[in-house]
Design a binder for this molecule. Structure first.
Ligand code: AMP
Length: 310
């Protein structure tokens, strides 16, 4: 599959790379890392990275604003996005050919070519493997690509903590740190939190609800976000914080947005992506998400989570 993707990249003059809505470091890392590899390897090609910018990730990469015409005859690659409705910038179908590169369960197979590896820690890790496979056929790595890919891997593995981290992940990380970028600078930016988010973290730690069977929940209403002067996207940065609370097996954050309530699920064992799927979401076995549209539904999600933890 990797060599097939390289063949397509070689064929096209314009390559447009997308990723998912509400991006995280792996979305930026895989999208930007792939773009930098292509640009370094084939300087004559035009490569765009698109999508709505997430301010807190501007340090990773700034994105391009492109007209619809740019898609004419272009190759479009979507990174780290399991379902089509979660592709950020829905013009992704306007190109000549579409490639999906992802590590989530392939619930929504789309694209002319699909490369999906659910065992990969991150799509950034896959992008580095793509480089390794293609380096004899002309692919080149750059310091900037290495920085982005490394950041993506660190982000999606929770700093090499989650069980998705494999021997291969460490080998790749070991290769990446030989490139010229500052890890300290990257970590500082990735893990820097606004003072208000840290205060909300305090609220979360004081107010999480312990449910039956080792489940837990946190509710972050719009009112609370206003009180702390924060956006829903800021609140979602805290979803991992219950991971080291003794006795908690799986937990859910309900984060109220303008028109929906985001359901962010995390687990240290019980598989929770089936639950996310039940509420029309998805994700990984131990990190998944969905949306609900009323507080009534919150009770159902909690009941389901308690059952899964049994
Ligand atoms: P989040 O809780 O938003 O950080 O998401 C955790 C994981 O679940 C990520 O891998 C997301 O791609 C996935 N995910 C979150 N929300 C959805 C959704 N509505 N549909 C499908 N996958 C989702």
């Amino acid at each position: 599959m990797k060599s097939k993707i390289l063949d397509e990249i070689k064929k096209y003059d314009t390559i447009i790379i997308h990723r998912h809505v509400r991006p995280d470091p792996d979305a930026y890392g895989s999208q930007g890392g792939l773009a930098e590899i292509i640009k370094t390897s084939f300087p004559e090609k035009t490569v765009y990275t698109v999508g709505k910018e997430e301010e807190s990730l501007n340090f990773m990469r700034r994105l391009d604003s492109i007209p619809d015409e740019a898609y004419k005859g272009a190759l479009v690659i979507v990174c780290d996005t399991a379902n089509q409705e979660r592709v950020c910038d829905q013009r992704y179908t306007m190109g000549d050919k579409l490639i999906k590169i992802d590590h989530h369960p392939n619930e929504d197979p789309y694209g002319d070519i699909m490369w999906v590896e659910t065992d990969a820690s991150s799509v950034s890790e896959m992008i580095y493997e793509f480089y390794l496979e293609g380096k004899d056929a002309g692919l080149k790595m750059s310091d900037e690509a290495a920085r982005l890919i490394y950041g993506g891997i660190v982000g999606d593995t929770g700093r090499f903590l989650f069980p998705s981290t494999t021997e291969k992940t460490f080998e790749i990380a070991g290769e990446l740190i030989r490139y010229n970028f500052s890890r300290t600078d990257l970590y500082d930016k990735m893990y820097e939190l606004k003072p208000n988010v840290v205060k909300l973290n305090g609220y979360v730690l004081q107010n999480f609800e312990v449910l039956a069977n080792g489940a837990a929940s946190v509710t972050i209403s719009r009112e609370l976000q206003e009180q702390y002067g924060l956006k829903a996207s800021d609140a979602s940065l805290l979803v991992g914080v219950l991971g080291n609370v003794q006795g908690i097996k799986a937990w859910v954050f309900f984060i109220e947005e303008e028109d929906q309530i985001r359901v962010c699920l995390r687990s240290k064992g019980p598989v929770i992506n089936g639950l996310a799927k039940k509420y029309k979401g998805g994700g990984h076995p131990l990190a998944a998400g969905a949306s609900i549209h009323s507080w009534e539904e919150k009770k159902d999600v909690i009941k389901d989570l308690e059952e899964i933890c049994l």
